[in-house]
Design a protein around this ligand. Structure first.
Ligand SMILES: Cc1cc2nc3c(=O)[nH]c(=O)nc-3n(C[C@H](O)[C@H](O)[C@H](O)COP(=O)(O)OP(=O)(O)OC[C@H]3O[C@@H](n4cnc5c(N)ncnc54)[C@H](O)[C@@H]3O)c2cc1C
Ligand code: SF4
Length: 450
């Protein structure tokens, strides 16, 4: 008997790759050349001042215009070795593209700097790593954490002639690029391809499944290495402090996103079918809400205690949420999680809020949203590594550093989200890793302060 044939594809489960296709598809070669011609190559360019990683934007755009993508990519990598992922995840609408002189009504739109950066880094082909290494300093540095801060630090240290051992708690490198950023921003295993590219410089060895405070300890590292860099990010999600918060179905948004980023098949995920509540107002809240909609949750309600203007998610991210039909409810704070007889979350009760004399107050009115699951996206904090009694001073739940990324412990530097420097953005972590590497190198070679 021959197999039945159908005119339509009857497979009910779309693949995860189908559901999470690239949110900002790449420019074609022709589009990139035309877009590059829109740049005025400004002297003292405001876009460069707005780029946290100091990329010479007009220069790389000029290279694209002259059809020299390798030259364009080299200009980007000189300052930012993770220019490929930053091109995909940077909120350009509040950074370089916001500052672009063409970002005016009469000019229609800013130059599409992010997409041009992606065009250069995606299409450049180098026989060897584009940035060579200096001769050996004979120094060895330990980097803890293989996220954007740690990888960028390791890369710059290697370029400057140092040997680097990276210790990573997980079985893969990339940090939140691998485990946190929304699946539709970094598609097609991009995070791992970028890690391989970075390691291509040589002189860097990553030791996986080695967590500070468990398999490795700061005192050992400071004895065995000439210097140590901590780039351990923020691993804990803040609690809401509500009754029934430990009910089944109440989850940390980042934990679910991590599962989603590692899943090969939609059936591996426990996705709420009818309704979910997301609590928070940052990019993590928007990301989880949009990803749930793509996974098929019918109703996703994102609730924030203040107004839309106060949300830390950018206008662009809020717009993406609306495009995904996420219901955004502002001026409400959760006061109780309701659970059923099986201890499974069934609803969240909210108090309506308002501002009174500059203070956030309850109005005295309440409402409830029924849901199958609640995702907490109310900010991340440092996970204090077990047994690590010597970890540098924690100021406000973060590692405190001085101007040159030094901590209070001799030889130990830190950067990225785990410190209180800058906004928690990928590009900021990459920049801090790079600057910390330069500070460590100066410290090791005695050229500090020169
Ligand atoms: C859900 C989510 C979405 C985001 N989306 C965006 C976005 O779209 N655009 C953007 O610019 N930014 C975004 N961010 C922020 C961005 O991801 C971070 O600012 C950036 O990843 C910080 O880099 P990092 O290297 O400091 O930390 P991380 O990326 O967190 O990396 C830290 C690394 O250290 C490892 N580690 C932790 N503890 C230990 C230990 N004890 N021992 C050894 N290793 C350890 C971790 O496993 C990890 O690999 C998002 C963040 C989240 C949570
Ligand atoms: S501000 Fe805009 S136009 Fe000027 S150099 Fe930067 S990208 Fe080009």
């Amino acid at each position: 008997m021959t197999a039945a044939s159908t005119l339509v594809d009857t497979d009910p489960s779309p693949s995860l790759d189908d559901l999470f296709s690239d949110i900002k598809p790449a420019l074609s070669h022709r589009q990139a050349v035309i877009e590059s011609a829109r740049c005025y190559y400004c002297y003292d360019a405001p876009c460069v001042k707005a780029c946290p990683s100091d990329i010479d934007i007009p220069s790389f755009i000029a290279s694209i215009h002259h059809e020299d993508v390798n030259g364009a990519a080299e200009t980007i990598y000189e300052q930012n070795i993770m220019g490929g992922s930053c091109a995909r995840v940077c909120p350009t609408e509040i950074l370089c593209e916001q500052a672009c002189v063409r970002n005016k009504e009469e000019e229609c739109a800013p130059v599409l700097i992010g997409l041009l950066q992606r065009h250069a880094t995606d299409n450049a082909v180098f026989p060897d790593h584009p940035i060579g290494r200096a001769s050996s300093t004979g120094k060895k540095v330990a980097v803890v954490g293989a996220g954007p801060a740690g990888l960028s630090c390791a890369h710059r240290l290697a370029v400057l002639g140092n040997e680097v051992d990276v210790f990573e708690a997980q079985s893969k490198a990339g940090g939140l690029n691998e485990y946190g950023i929304a699946k539709y921003k970094l598609t097609n295993q991009f995070a791992q391809k970028e890690v391989d590219f970075i390691l291509g410089v040589g002189g860097i060895t990553i030791h996986y499944n080695k967590a500070l405070g468990k398999e490795i300890h700061l005192t050992d590292l400071t004895e065995r290495y000439d210097s140590v860099f901590l780039g351990i990010g923020l691993q804990d999600t803040r609690e809401l402090g509500l009754a029934n918060e430990s009910s089944i179905g109440v989850l940390n948004a980042v934990d679910f996103i991590k599962e989603l980023r590692q899943a090969n098949d939609i059936d591996q995920l426990d996705v709420p079918r009818t309704s979910a509540v997301v609590i928070g107002a940052g990019n993590t809240a928007i990301d989880i809400a949009c990803q749930l909609k793509r996974l098929g949750t019918e109703e996703v309600t994102l609730v924030y205690r203040r107004g839309e203007a106060d949300m830390s998610a950018t206008d662009h991210e809020q717009h993406i949420a609306k495009e995904h039909q996420v219901r955004i409810k502002t001026w409400a704070r959760p006061v109780e999680i309701r659970a059923d007889a099986n201890n499974h979350v069934s609803a969240v009760r909210f108090a309506k809020t308002r501002i009174d004399n500059g203070k956030l107050m309850d109005t005295g009115e309440f409402f409830e949203v029924a849901c199958e699951a609640v995702y907490k996206a109310v900010g991340q904090s440092l996970a204090y590594p077990a047994d690590e009694t010597q970890l540098p001073d924690l100021g406000g739940g973060k590692i405190s550093t001085m101007d040159n990324f030094k901590t209070t412990i001799s030889k130990v530097f830190a950067g990225g989200d785990c410190t209180g420097v800058g906004q928690d953005l990928t590009v900021e972590a990459v920049q801090q890793g790079k600057l910390a590497a330069m500070a460590i190198h100066n410290y090791l070679t005695g050229s500090e302060g020169n």
